[in-house]
Design a protein around this ligand. Structure first.
Ligand SMILES: *[C@@H]1O[C@H](CO)[C@@H](O)[C@H](O)[C@H]1NC(C)=O
Ligand SMILES: *[C@@H]1O[C@H](CO)[C@@H](O)[C@H](O)[C@H]1NC(C)=O
Ligand SMILES: *[C@@H]1O[C@H](CO)[C@@H](O)[C@H](O)[C@H]1NC(C)=O
Ligand SMILES: *[C@@H]1O[C@H](CO)[C@@H](O)[C@H](O)[C@H]1NC(C)=O
Ligand SMILES: *[C@@H]1O[C@H](CO)[C@@H](O)[C@H](O)[C@H]1NC(C)=O
Ligand SMILES: *[C@@H]1O[C@H](CO)[C@@H](O)[C@H](O)[C@H]1NC(C)=O
Ligand SMILES: *[C@@H]1O[C@H](CO)[C@@H](O)[C@H](O)[C@H]1NC(C)=O
Ligand SMILES: *[C@@H]1O[C@H](CO)[C@@H](O)[C@H](O)[C@H]1NC(C)=O
Ligand SMILES: *[C@@H]1O[C@H](CO)[C@@H](O)[C@H](O)[C@H]1NC(C)=O
Ligand SMILES: *[C@@H]1O[C@H](CO)[C@@H](O)[C@H](O)[C@H]1NC(C)=O
Length: 365
């Protein structure tokens, strides 16, 4: 049975919470061994004892490559559950019940050899490991020559401020490499995105001088203007061949939603005249004869300067047109106006002059 893997794992999980390491094996004079190659200044380091296959009487940790009494840091005796300090104890060390050496708030001076002696009662084993405590480099800074761009038009150059030589780049939190849209400089410190896209929302660079301890910059936000891609007409009535057929007095809602960054400007034209409406949706509460005719909704992105429009006509409904939608509409109006719904015959669905159906003032004239 290989006991090394699970114990190694256990500590790797702790690393994320508390501090450390890479797994590895150093020289051992018995079967036991020590793993811990890297420590980080200011964080906890753990020298993990491996391959202890029987109950121990004592774990004794020493500074240096041998296990002399002058070098002792701290020891732990499981039978009596007692700890003892040695001359090399600095106040930051302890031995766990599993025999591992824990060093709190590691300093660069903690770098060096460590030797453990394990007393099994019928014999002892020793192992030596080397701890390398490093300074964790600070998070890299990132800057770009602009924070705004127009989709497919603008270019952005971002620079990673670091002395690291291994640098990774992230766009919208996904790692990127040079491709047909972007280039990473040979020294890896600069990313240029040609023809910025709408999903290029954040830029980050990451360095990893110490394996397992990548340092990623704060996300740098890009505001990319785009769209409208298309304008979709949505109305309360069905539009057939560009014609919306509605009854006089009925309510007509028409809307031209569009996706755009920043939000687009909306204009509406009726019979070639601009209406004083600047919303995506227009509601004609009670359709009048003057409100018949040609309509055009215009959607404009002031930044991308893309303009799109949709056109249709409103005509008086003639029998048989758009039955389904009008029936629904009418039932809705009835419930709102409190008109008794007596039967479903087509004639009765047209109380054209019922004042109760005028839910508001005509919008246009
Ligand atoms: C543990 O000991 C076994 C043999 O006793 C050996 O094969 C294995 O490599 C050792 N593992 C470690 C991590 O030292
Ligand atoms: C312990 O190691 C030191 C060097 O680190 C050496 O000078 C000394 O002789 C060693 N002692 C024993 C008992 O091996
Ligand atoms: C090390 O730090 C932990 C948590 O911060 C604390 O519980 C423990 O007592 C410390 N050990 C030593 C020897 O300072
Ligand atoms: C080590 O930790 C134990 C608790 O796990 C504590 O009782 C003991 O005093 C500590 N020893 C040292 C040397 O700090
Ligand atoms: C590290 O060791 C040097 C000399 O070897 C000493 O001057 C310094 O104070 C030590 N630093 C710490 C934090 O122990
Ligand atoms: C650690 O021990 C090895 C031999 O086990 C020796 O070659 C090396 O110089 C020692 N390192 C330090 C910093 O004492
Ligand atoms: C000590 O005893 C265990 C069995 O209890 C045995 O596996 C081991 O080899 C012994 N060690 C020595 C050094 O005799
Ligand atoms: C940013 O840098 C890129 C690449 O050098 C360049 O094409 C672009 O014009 C620059 N943008 C601004 C706003 O300076
Ligand atoms: C890069 O290294 C130089 C000299 O070692 C140092 O002055 C500078 O602050 C470092 N830059 C960064 C971003 O770490
Ligand atoms: C718009 O044109 C339609 C048909 O051409 C007409 O019925 C309607 O009265 C006109 N309305 C306005 C306000 O021009």
């Amino acid at each position: 049975m290989d006991l090394s893997r699970p114990r190694c794992r256990r500590w790797r999980e702790l690393v994320l919470l508390a501090s450390l390491l890479a797994c590895g094996i150093r020289h051992a004079s018995g079967r036991i061994s020590i793993t811990q190659i890297l420590g980080i200044r200011g964080l906890r380091s753990v020298l993990v004892l491996q391959n202890v296959t029987q109950d121990a009487q004592e774990y004794s940790w020493h500074r240096g490559a041998n296990d002399t009494a002058e070098n002792m840091i701290v020891s732990y005796k499981p039978p009596s559950h007692t700890w003892q300090h040695g001359p090399m104890f600095s106040g930051r060390e302890n031995v766990t019940k599993a025999g591992d050496l824990v060093i709190n708030t590691s300093t660069l001076n903690d770098t060096g050899n460590y030797t453990v002696r394990v007393d099994f009662g019928n014999g002892t084993e020793t192992a030596t490991g080397y701890l390398n405590v490093q300074e964790l480099e600070k998070r890299p800074d990132i800057w770009a020559n602009t924070s705004t761009a127009v989709e497919y038009m603008g270019s952005v150059a971002a620079h990673c401020s670091t002395n690291a030589t291994v640098i990774k780049w992230y766009v919208d939190y996904a790692q990127v490499s040079s491709n047909d849209r972007m280039t990473i400089s040979p020294d890896l410190k600069t990313l240029v995105i040609y023809k910025v896209g709408r999903y290029d929302r954040t830029l980050q660079c990451e360095t990893a001088s110490i394996p397992d301890f990548p340092q990623r910059s704060d996300p740098l936000s890009l505001t990319v203007a785009y769209g409208p891609d298309k304008v979709q007409l949505s109305t309360s009535h069905i539009i057939l061949n560009g014609v919306l057929a509605a009854r006089i007095g009925s309510q007509v809602r028409m809307s031209c939603p569009a996706t755009s960054q920043p939000n687009p400007k909306y204009h509406w034209m009726h019979n070639g005249t601009r209406l004083s409406v600047s919303e995506a949706t227009v509601i004609l509460p009670s359709l009048s004869w003057e409100q018949m005719g040609r309509y055009r909704c215009i959607v404009e992105n002031p930044v991308t300067q893309i303009v799109m429009y949709q056109e249709f006509q409103i005509r008086v409904h003639t029998a048989g047109e758009a039955q389904y939608c009008c029936e629904q509409r009418l039932q809705h109006l009835r419930s709102q106006s409190g008109v008794a719904h007596r039967d479903n015959s087509p004639r009765r669905r047209l109380p054209l002059r019922n004042p109760d159906l005028r839910l508001g003032q005509p919008f246009l004239h």
